[in-house]
Design a protein around this ligand. Structure first.
Ligand code: FAS
Ligand code: PHB
Length: 393
């Protein structure tokens, strides 16, 4: 069966779902093809922090109501290290901005609910996606569903299919440039139905990194750095809570309300960028084009900023017959991507204990954190990057 549309989107994660939402509200037709089931996408536990620019994009896209009702607006975040009391980076005081704690899972639910309300065309459980004629005027994707082969013909194809997707592979190796850095540790994350700390707290400790975050007043999200070869069986809840509270230090660690984990997972950390993010009438958005270590809370926010830039270009194309934003999409998106990749790399270097790290390295990390504590200028720099730099006009 052949379906025709204006924009064929591969992947129904946050990037693909938000792109469909923004285009739909602008009267631009799209079809979203997702290889997994809707429930599988919703079961994945991922991000939890939204830059203020992301909050505004989601509100403008008509999916901000539950976020504004259930999300928690933060004026800043804290860092603890070296046995000292925490440093609160006051984002509101330094740069007049904020960020929002709102999980990627409820956001995905909001996007799916909006899609259903619009009668949007989402095709789930569609494996074997292949791309065709992305350099031609009528690019297409094919896939199988219910054992039958299907074809979606469009003006544009957008790969929102994540790091392990197929869209990036449609760009020839003679054109595609990739940049990658893998980190020698992972993050063990747990979810617990306990009241979270009021603030998001990052910890640099000689035993390793830790992070206290939240989803709602009775749902906490915590992480500790762990060796890449650790298995979940190596981490009982008791061991996790002991490591977390030790690394957060006596003051902050003493405030943690422990309880049974309802989710536990280990994620590797990497930095990855693929250039360009356009090839003919194929565009890449989100994790399909870049990955950052979650230390800077940028992954989901970059997916949203890519979609903000790309949807602006598609709306200009169909509305005004002008392609200045589409033609500048890759360069404009990549400027923001590399800025976030650098910030995430810097935060990761500053807060984690590397396997080959010496006492000198630990001491220089702590001195850099002491400088951050002593300098309003240094704090303002971290504040504006964590809350998210302004979008390019
Ligand atoms: P996604 O990977 O979310 O979605 C891609 C979709 O495409 C998936 O649904 C997939 O099934 C589908 N797909 C893949 N191949 C396909 C194919 N061939 N055909 C059709 N569909 C296909 N970010 C943060 O900011 N903070 C965090 O704490 C954080 N934690 C994370 C933890 C983990 C384990 C992972 C993997 C990522 C984490 N991230 C975090 C990053 C994450 O939030 C991503 O940035 C975000 O999901 C990006 O959204 P998408 O680009 O839509 O990609
Ligand atoms: C989360 O809430 O999952 C979270 C918060 C901040 C980060 C990474 C993850 O830097």
């Amino acid at each position: 069966m052949t379906i025709t549309t204006q924009v064929a989107i591969i992947g129904a994660g946050p990037a693909g779902s938000l792109l469909s939402q923004i285009l739909g509200r602008a009267g631009i037709d799209s079809v979203v093809v997702e290889r997994s089931s809707r429930s599988h996408v919703l079961e994945r536990i991922r991000a939890g922090v939204l830059e203020w620019g992301s909050v505004e994009v989601l509100r403008d896209a008509g999916v901000g109501e539950r976020m504004d009702a259930d999300g928690h607006v933060h004026d800043g975040a804290s860092i603890v290290w070296g046995g000292r009391d925490h440093l609160f980076i006051d984002i509101n005081r330094h740069v007049g901005s904020h960020f929002m704690s709102y999980g990627q899972t409820p956001l995905q639910e909001d996007l799916y609910a909006a899609a259903a309300e619009r009668g949007a065309r989402f095709i789930f459980e569609a494996p074997d996606v292949e791309l065709h004629d992305v350099l031609g005027d009528r690019p297409a994707i094919t896939f199988t569903a219910n054992g039958e082969s299907h074809r979606v013909e469009a003006d544009f194809v957008v790969g929102c299919d994540g790091y392990h997707g197929v869209a990036r592979q449609a760009i020839p190796s003679t054109v595609l440039r990739t940049f990658e850095k893998e980190y020698p540790f992972g993050w063990l994350g747990i979810m617990s139905e306990t009241p979270p700390l009021p603030d998001i707290v990052y910890a640099n400790h000689e035993r390793g990194f830790a992070l206290a975050s939240q989803r709602n007043p009775m749902l906490s999200r915590y992480y500790v750095q762990c060796p890449l070869d650790d298995a979940l069986d190596d981490w009982s809840d008791d061991r996790f809570w002991s490591e977390l509270t030790t690394r957060l230090g006596p003051t902050i660690g003493g405030q943690v309300v422990t309880g049974p984990s309802i989710e536990k997972s280990i994620a590797p950390l990497r930095s990855f960028v693929a250039e360009p993010m356009r090839y003919g009438n194929l565009f890449l958005a989100g994790d399909a084009a870049h990955i950052v270590p979650p230390t800077g809370a940028k992954g989901l926010n970059l997916a949203i900023s890519d979609v903000h830039y790309l949807s602006r270009g598609l709306i200009q194309h169909y509305g005004d017959g002008v392609d200045t934003y589409l033609d500048s999409y890759s360069d404009m998106a990549l400027r923001r991507v590399w800025s976030a990749v650098r910030f995430s790399w810097w935060m990761t270097k500053l807060l984690h204990r590397f396997p080959d790290q010496t006492e000198f390295d630990q001491r220089t990390q702590e001195v850099e954190l002491d400088y951050l504590a002593s300098s309003a200028f240094a704090q303002a720099s971290v504040a504006e990057q964590y809350a998210g730099l302004p979008f390019e006009i």
